[in-house]
Design a protein around this ligand. Structure first.
Ligand code: GDP
Length: 193
């Protein structure tokens, strides 16, 4: 995918604000600090389009990025912050649920996990939540540059088993540092358009 245009069109807090054209949506989800912004920036060849490491307590919005005037990346606020209040956690859940259940254009959720670590309970909740709504999930196992190549398969196995991944859901070994997995991720995303 040659990205010639990538710009934020809206930070939506409610469904009325979602873009209402027929372009496909791909939502990006992941634990805070997992490397989601770095993934988005790498995929779009931008340095700072998605703000890295957004802190909790800020207004939680769905950020819609127009890519090449043909589809959207929808950046979902990071989850799994220990210090988030019950109220904020509920608001987050409600926002995601509303989006998953009302967006007719959502084609797949791109869920970012850290290849080094066993997925957390929050990662499992997020994955199962998508499966509950029969949404395809593309798993991106990022920060691959942080472990030796020879260990990738062992770590991928833990991720697949822990999340109990549907065999139809692709898992991509990725690194925002080296660009590993970028072409594969684009070709998979294009399959869902
Ligand atoms: P976010 O909170 O999920 O958006 O996470 P960020 O994209 O801000 O990344 C969190 C930290 O991990 C930052 O210090 C990044 O530089 C670092 N990081 C993200 N992806 C990678 C990667 O693929 N490799 C390495 N080595 N570091 C990464």
């Amino acid at each position: 995918m040659k990205v010639t245009k990538a710009e934020i069109v809206i930070s939506a807090v409610k469904p009325e604000q979602y873009p209402n054209d027929p372009w496909p949506h791909f939502a990006l989800a992941g634990r805070s600090n997992v490397g989601k912004s770095s993934f988005i920036n790498k995929m779009l060849n931008r340095k700072n389009l998605a703000r890295t490491s957004s802190k909790p307590g800020k207004t939680q919005t769905l950020n819609f990025y127009n890519i090449n005037d043909i589809f959207y990346f929808v950046d979902v606020p990071g989850y799994g912050f220990a210090k988030v209040s019950k109220k904020d956690r509920e608001a987050w859940g409600k926002m995601i649920e509303t989006y998953l259940t009302t967006s007719e254009n959502l084609r797949a959720v791109i869920q970012i996990v850290d290849i080094r670590h066993k997925p957390t309970e929050d990662d499992k909740l997020m994955y199962n939540f998508c499966k509950h709504y029969e949404m395809p999930v593309i798993i991106i196992a990022t920060k691959a540059d942080k472990i030796p190549k020879g260990k990738w398969d062992k770590h991928l196995k833990v991720i697949k088993e822990t999340l109990n991944i549907d065999p139809n859901d692709p898992v991509v070994t990725f690194s925002s540092e080296t660009g590993k997995g970028k072409d594969e991720a684009w070709s998979i995303i294009q399959r869902y358009m």
